[in-house]
Design a protein around this ligand. Structure first.
Ligand code: GLA
Length: 392
C-alpha cells in the first residue's frame, strides 16, 4: 500500500501548505562493534529503511510534532524558547534535542515548524532509529533555514543529543554512518580521528540478510553505559605504563604485554574485545578489498564470538540466530549488529540459499526461544538528504 506523506501532513496539521520532505536511513554495522567509543574503527553501511520527516515553517514560535509510528501520543507541542528535555515530550525529545543543540551552536532557527515523522526501521531493533531521527532533523533544519553546516558538525551534534540530552553514552558510529552513508558502500571510520574511507560492497552471488530477533533491547542503556565504564577503567589501568589515548591505540602485541595491568577480570575481557575487534575491522576491509569474501565472513564470526564471550552483549536470542546461521549452506558469515542485548543480526548468504536459510533459521529459532524472527534483505542506500517524492 502506498502512503502519501504530504497528504498525511496536511490532514494531521489541518494545513494546505506543501511541506518539504527529508529522509535519514538506519544502519547496519558489518564489523567493528563497541569499538567507536574506544577510539577504534567501525565499518557500517546505511540501509534503505529509515525515517521520513515532512516539515513546514510556521509564522510563530510553536513547534508541533506528530509521528505516524506513535499516533497515540498525538501532536506534541512546545515552544522554541523552551527546548529543555521533558519526559512528557516522549519520542519528540529526539528532534527537540537536535533543534536545541543546533541553536545552542549558533545556527539560526528563527521560527516554529510543523513536522510529521514516519519511520520504517523496525523499532528497538538496533538499526539506529534514534540516530536516524536526529539526523533527519539535522538535514531538515539545514534545508528549511538555509544553514551552512558542515556534515561532520551535524553528526557530532547528533551524538551530543544522544549523550547529553537523551542520556545514552553512545559513540559516533550511528550518526556518522547515517550522515555520510553512500549507496552500495560501507564506511571505514577511524572514530578517534574521524578519518574515513568508502569501500564498495559488491557481493555478486550473495546478499546481506538482516535478521531481527524481535527481542526488544531491555536494559540496553544501562548495560551499554556499564560496558563503556568498564573499558574506561581498563584504559586507566593501562595508562599507568602506556601513553595511549584510547584502547584503539594498542596493537595486539602491546595489549598482550601489558594486559597484566588491568586488575579487574571483567574489565580485562572487555578491553580484549575492544582491541582485537579493532584489528579485525581493519583486516576485514583488506580482505574485502582483495575480494576474499570468505575471510571477511570468518572475521564476522570471530567478532560475534568475542561479543558473546568477552563483551557479553549477545544473549540467547542473538546467539541462537547466529550459531544456527553458521550451520546453513551458503552462509559466508554471521554476527550480531549494533549494541546487542537483543536487536538484529546480519548474515552474508548465497542468493540461491536465501529461502532455505530463512525457513531453517526461523524454525530452529522459534523452537529454542519462542520468538519468530523477521528477515530483510539489506539494500545499501545513501545517507541523510532531502527527497522530492512524498509517496512511499
Ligand atoms: C550503538 C551505539 C554506537 C556503537 C554501537 C556498538 O549502536 O549507538 O555508538 O557503540 O552501539 O558498536
Amino acid at each position: 500500500m502506498k502512503l502519501d506523506l504530504r497528504k498525511e501532513f496536511q490532514t494531521i496539521f489541518d494545513s494546505t501548505e506543501i511541506p518539504r520532505i527529508f529522509f535519514a536511513p538506519g544502519r547496519i554495522n558489518l564489523i567493528g562493534e563497541h569499538t567507536d567509543y574506544n577510539g577504534g574503527h567501525v565499518f557500517p553501511a546505511t540501509i534503505s529503511f529509515g525515517t521520513y520527516a515532512l516539515a513546514h515553517k510556521r509564522d510563530d514560535q510553536k513547534l508541533r510534532f506528530f509521528s505516524l509510528n506513535f499516533t497515540h501520543t498525538g501532536i506534541i507541542e512546545c515552544d522554541l524558547s523552551h527546548l529543555a528535555y521533558d519526559e512528557a515530550h516522549d519520542w519528540a525529545n529526539f528532534p527537540i534535542g537536535m533543534i536545541k543543540f543546533m541553536r545552542d551552536s549558533g545556527f539560526i532557527i528563527s521560527s516554529g515548524m510543523d513536522i510529521l515523522f514516519f519511520g520504517d526501521i523496525p523499532n528497538g531493533a538496533g538499526l539506529s532509529s534514534s540516530a536516524s531521527i536526529e539526523m533527519v532533523t539535522g538535514v531538515l533544519l539545514e534545508g528549511l533555514f538555509d544553514l551552512e553546516i558542515d556534515r561532520v558538525k551535524m553528526i557530532q551534534l547528533g551524538q551530543q543529543v544522544e549523550n547529553n540530552y537523551i542520556g545514552v553514552n553512545s559513540g559516533i558510529m550511528d550518526q556518522f554512518a547515517i550522515g555520510k552513508g553512500k549507496k552500495d558502500h560501507a564506511i571505514l571510520l577511524n572514530c578517534q580521528t574521524l578519518d574515513y574511507q568508502y569501500a564498495p560492497i559488491q557481493l555478486e552471488d550473495h546478499v546481506i540478510m538482516i535478521i531481527n530477533t524481535n527481542k526488544r533491547r531491555t536494559l540496553a542503556t544501562s548495560k551499554y553505559n556499564e560496558r563503556r565504564t568498564q573499558c574506561e577503567q581498563a584504559l586507566a589501568d593501562l595508562q599507568r605504563e602506556l601513553s595511549i589515548e584510547s584502547l584503539g591505540d594498542l596493537t595486539k602485541e602491546q595489549f598482550k604485554q601489558h594486559m597484566y595491568l588491568i586488575q579487574n577480570k571483567t574489565n580485562l575481557k572487555r578491553a580484549k574485545h575492544a582491541v582485537y575487534e579493532n584489528h579485525r575491522t581493519l583486516e576485514a576491509l583488506q580482505q574485502l578489498q582483495q575480494g576474499h569474501i570468505d575471510a571477511f565472513g570468518q572475521l564476522m564470526n570471530q567478532s560475534h564470538l568475542s561479543l558473546q564471550l568477552d563483551y557479553e552483549v549477545t544473549g540467547i536470542e542473538l546467539d541462537t540466530i547466529v550459531h544456527t546461521a553458521w550451520e546453513q549452506p551458503g552462509v559466508i558469515g554471521a554476527r550480531m549488529t549494533g549494541a546487542g542485548f537483543g536487536g538484529c543480526a546480519i548474515a552474508i548468504v548465497e542468493k540461491e540459499q536465501v529461502e532455505h536459510f530463512k525457513n531453517t533459521v526461523n524454525t530452529i529459532y522459534h523452537q529454542k526461544t519462542g520468538y519468530e524472527a523477521t528477515f530483510y534483505t539489506a539494500t545499501i542506500g545513501d545517507g541523510a538528504r532531502e527527497l522530492i517524492e512524498g509517496v512511499i
